[in-house]
Ligand binder design. Structure first.
Ligand SMILES: *[C@@H]1O[C@H](CO)[C@@H](O)[C@H](O)[C@H]1NC(C)=O
Ligand SMILES: *[C@@H]1O[C@H](CO)[C@@H](O)[C@H](O)[C@H]1NC(C)=O
Ligand SMILES: *[C@@H]1O[C@H](CO)[C@@H](O)[C@H](O)[C@H]1NC(C)=O
Length: 294
């Protein structure tokens, strides 16, 4: 039996599912998951509209590979593992985005930029510009783009999807090492820890713990909640922040549809690869933006 994962995103306070509703309101920038053997996805994730067509004609999935306009297709050997980085960007963050993208290209990621300021031309001088896929829509957030342009059938070739904000400092982050850690740890949804000394921290669980490679819970006292090993949900365990989530293929399929898994096991923070969050007010998907995701 396949364990199907599904996630609930809480974007702004706009889009909410299941019985977590009350607990979650106010958790504007957080992503929460439940893990369960859910039948919901078996029906929800079926290739809708393809039922009447014979096998052999339908192609249920696609990818974001670019193809030549004419001439033969590049007969590249399919890569064993492909991963995707998608960032919502504005021209003001060009310099930092350049740093981020270069890091990921080194690790053979497919890169997609969502331009929320409508400015696409001014990226042309970057040497990787033509290798990236650019999507432009003015004043839209990361989640708006992701819902429309990262349909699970389109991105099903990718092992992991990094859906990141543009203001993340990646000096201490290595994508290949990160991937090997989350694979080994079985994290379906994860984020790199944040350097607590240099980042604006909104949630204690995201702070880097230098003593461990990965953590899945915090033991701090948060407001009136004393987190301990028995805690089963936010703010103690089971969530990552919205600014730098990383989804496995399976979790993205159901996250995209929004839904449910064992969040205490399948969600965690990677300490050995960590970020600095500049906390710039951007349209990338920060808590301040009240956003509708669908
Ligand atoms: C986008 O947002 C900016 C700032 O709020 C506003 O000035 C501009 O008119 C908006 N553009 C569109 C096309 O909505
Ligand atoms: C990490 O280990 C050091 C030394 O053992 C300890 O003092 C510190 O409290 C630990 N930090 C965390 C976050 O557990
Ligand atoms: C966690 O639960 C166990 C079993 O019910 C209990 O013995 C333990 O005291 C609890 N720990 C805390 C910190 O509440």
């Amino acid at each position: 039996m396949i364990l199907l994962l599904s996630a609930a995103f809480f974007i702004g306070s706009a889009f909410i599912i299941t019985d977590y509703k009350e607990k979650i309101l106010g958790w504007g920038s957080v992503m929460v998951l439940q893990y369960s053997r859910s039948k919901m996805c078996e029906t929800q994730c079926r290739a809708y509209g393809s039922e009447a067509l014979p096998r052999g004609i339908i192609s249920e999935t696609s990818d974001l590979e670019m193809r030549p306009l004419w001439g033969a297709q590049n007969k590249k050997k399919p890569k064993l593992s492909m991963n995707l980085l998608a960032i919502a960007v504005g021209i003001k963050q060009k310099e930092n985005v350049n740093k981020m993208v270069k890091k990921f290209l080194e690790s053979d990621f497919v890169v997609m930029l969502f331009h929320y300021d409508g400015i696409v031309d001014q990226w042309k001088d970057l040497e990787w510009n033509d290798r990236a896929i650019h999507v432009s829509a003015v004043n839209q957030t990361k989640w708006w783009f992701a819902k429309r342009f990262l349909h699970p059938d389109i991105v099903s070739e990718y092992g992991y999807i990094f859906l990141w904000d543009e203001d993340l400092g990646v000096d201490h982050f290595n994508a290949k090492r990160y991937l090997s850690i989350i694979k080994k740890e079985g994290l379906e949804i994860s984020q790199p820890a944040l350097d607590p000394e240099k980042s604006e921290l909104h949630h204690p669980i995201t702070a880097r713990d230098k003593n461990s490679t990965v953590h899945r819970r915090t033991y701090k006292v948060i407001g009136r909640t004393k987190c301990n090993e028995n805690s089963t949900g936010p703010p103690c365990t089971g969530f990552v922040e919205m600014m730098a989530p990383v989804f496995s293929r399976a979790s993205w399929r159901c996250s995209w549809h929004m839904i449910q898994g064992d969040r205490t096991q399948k969600i965690g923070i990677v300490n050995s690869e960590y970020l600095i969050h500049d906390a710039l007010p951007t349209l990338g998907g920060s808590a301040e933006n009240k956003v509708r995701a669908s």
